[in-house]
Ligand binder design. Structure first.
Ligand SMILES: Cc1cc2nc3c(=O)[nH]c(=O)nc-3n(C[C@H](O)[C@H](O)[C@H](O)COP(=O)(O)O)c2cc1C
Length: 223
């Protein structure tokens, strides 16, 4: 950052509204949290049903953990009728999945797969995406995504029950596939300025990590 600019909200006196979770309906709480924990990266998750029908769905409650071994977590909420999403059913049954990152040009096709298709519908076909085989797991990768990871289920942690309860799906990463167009020369690192990441915000909003929206903040060297 060239210059410190104070946020306008910080120079006027703030009044705060305190919201206790039990004052809102579950749907309102979920919506509030999507506007609060943002922007979120998107895990575009590919699974296979026990009878081998491919399934695709995006999940933006997604993050990475440590690297020994490398792991990732995403959270699928139960549907409004309390049932489990197809992704959770498939991962529970097969223990395998792939996660693709979502770039700007993939956003609309990714979004199409969030439609609540009946169990057993091939969402690759519905969204016009190309399934390609993985190396270590049976679920396909999405060819159109320039970075894909293969995962083995480590654990599913459930928090709550019924509508909108959480299923935290923790996976161990078995391997990464990254387009050479995204890799920095001579290092196993993505060049974040080239990727064109898309992130989810609240309501129908998304954001896009373009070079103009990025800034550098080196680690402090003195305490
Ligand atoms: C960008 C985006 C992010 C989403 N993130 C989540 C999420 O983090 N958790 C969740 O339960 N649903 C999320 N959804 C909704 C699911 O994708 C949707 O319920 C989908 O139909 C689930 O598919 P499945 O039943 O095939 O697993 C998201 C949808 C979109 C478009």
């Amino acid at each position: 950052m060239e210059q410190e600019v104070e946020h306008p909200l910080l120079i006027i006196p703030m009044t705060m509204t305190t919201i206790e979770p039990n004052a809102l309906e579950r749907r309102q709480l979920y919506a509030l949290m999507t506007t609060l924990v943002a922007p979120r990266p998107i895990a575009f998750v590919s699974t296979l049903s026990p009878d081998d029908v491919p399934n695709l769905a995006p999940f933006s409650y997604f993050n990475a953990g440590g690297a020994n071994p490398p792991s990732v977590v995403f959270c699928a909420a139960n549907r409004r009728d309390g049932s489990q999403k197809d992704t959770v059913r498939n991962i529970e049954a097969t223990g395998e999945y792939t996660i693709q990152i979502v770039t700007y040009d993939l956003a609309a096709r990714m979004n199409q797969t969030s439609y609540d298709y009946e169990y057993g519908i091939n969402e690759f076909e519905k969204a016009g995406l190309t399934p390609i085989p993985s190396l270590h797991v049976r679920p396909y990768r999405v060819q159109e995504s320039p970075a894909q990871i293969e995962c083995k289920l480590f654990d599913i942690v459930r928090h709550g029950e019924g509508p909108l309860a959480s299923n935290y799906i923790i996976g161990e990463i078995l391997c990464f596939h990254i387009s050479d167009l995204l890799l920095k020369e001579g290092a196993p690192l993505l060049d974040d300025r080239v990727v064109d990441f898309v992130a989810r915000m609240g309501e129908s909003w998304y954001s896009r990590a373009t070079p103009e929206s990025m800034f550098k903040l080196p680690k402090p060297t003195v305490g």
